[in-house]
Write a protein that binds this ligand. Structure first.
Ligand code: SF4
Length: 346
């Protein structure tokens, strides 16, 4: 779909293209950084969303990916470390007509900003959150992050990290996010389709993007990108389809119902495991949470939409509550509010 994305000064709607969403700022990521590919896909889908450009805002925290708002020719706000979801929540409540995107990374979003992130998800605030996961702090030059793998040697973990990494998607699902997805920086087709779906979702839409940092953590997702082997290392989730993968489509994720775990098996094998069907709108996100924690050590990593549930958004609930009060008690005034509680003189 293409749609007018801006109202011109004379009131005419103008059809915009990708270039109209590219700012005049020089892009300052390292050569080969996965952030370039994500930026290109976001700029590409923007004209297709049918949202006037003046109603689009990108809010970021601190980190390499948080330079994103400078490169979008939309409104933008480069805010403070980890606080982008809180600032974006206020913006969305005050100006519900805006489409608000949040750009964060595994350090910004899951460490200092972890608290803000989980509560934005719990509240189902109508935000589109892109979390660039490169499993390392890039901007501060290579310390281990909350998603770094155990044993990773960095300047801040010279003997190898002993921390257990967060499962980003299991965290999002447990926090109650209503749209949860994963994609890969260089998979343009897949990334575009997920971005469009999250743009259409009402409520929180959370996307983890597996993003390569060639300077401090190069090649960690290579087996999911290499055309020769990626079909053995990826499961692309399809709503109402079994979890099939492999170059011959002969492998499948099965559920061990006693241990409640997913494991890789063969389609023709009778080993007691159950072939399950992916359901984005399952009443409970139990299977999605198991899928969110999966990947590595010979087990394929799922990508796609894990959950797409419809719930009232935070702004809808707050504004409905305000409207009910206004109907019942009149418009009120700030002065009345200030003098409505216990007062004392000093
Ligand atoms: Fe990209 Fe890594 Fe450079 Fe940051 S340090 S801009 S994540 S390549």
């Amino acid at each position: 779909m293409t749609a007018p994305s801006r109202t011109a000064s004379d009131g005419e709607l103008v059809q915009l293209g990708k270039k109209d969403f590219e700012s005049d700022q020089a892009v300052r990521w390292c050569p080969g950084c996965g952030d370039y590919a994500v930026l290109a896909q976001v700029q590409k889908i923007m004209p297709e969303l049918g949202v006037p450009r003046e109603n689009v805002v990108f809010v970021s925290g601190i980190g390499c990916s948080s330079r994103f708002p400078y490169y979008m020719n939309t409104y933008g706000f480069h805010t403070i470390h980890g606080r982008a979801p809180a600032i974006a929540t206020g913006l969305k409540l005050a100006r519900p007509e805006l489409q608000v995107w949040v750009i964060t990374g595994d350090g910004d979003g899951l460490s200092i900003g972890g608290n803000h992130l989980i509560h934005a998800m719990r509240r189902n605030v109508d935000l589109k959150i892109l979390l660039f996961n490169n499993e390392v702090y890039g901007l501060t030059k290579g310390q281990y992050s909350p998603t770094s793998r155990q044993g990773m040697r960095t300047k801040s973990s010279p003997l190898g990290s002993v921390d257990r990494p967060f499962s980003t998607l299991a965290l999002a699902l447990s926090a109650g996010a209503t749209f949860v997805a994963r994609s890969i920086d260089t998979d343009a087709r897949h990334l575009q389709s997920v971005l469009k779906r999250m743009a259409a979702h009402r409520g929180i839409a959370f996307l983890e993007i597996l993003q390569n940092c060639p300077v401090f953590n190069d090649g960690i997702y290579e087996e999911m990108k290499d055309r020769k082997i990626k079909s053995d290392h990826l499961v692309e989730l399809v709503h109402r389809e079994p979890l099939v993968y492999g170059s011959e489509h002969d492998r499948v994720l099965k559920l061990d119902t006693d241990a409640m775990r997913l494991y890789p098996g063969r389609r023709d094998e009778r080993d007691g495991g159950v072939e399950v069907t992916h359901d984005e709108r399952a009443p409970e996100p139990t299977l999605a949470t198991l899928l969110g924690s999966l990947g590595g050590d010979g087990v394929p990593t799922p990508i796609g939409v894990f959950r797409a549930d419809e719930q009232p958004s935070y702004a809808d609930l707050v504004h409905a509550q305000e409207a009910r009060e206004r109907d019942a008690r009149g418009p009120g005034s700030l002065r009345d509010l200030l003098y409505s509680g216990d007062l004392w003189e000093v």
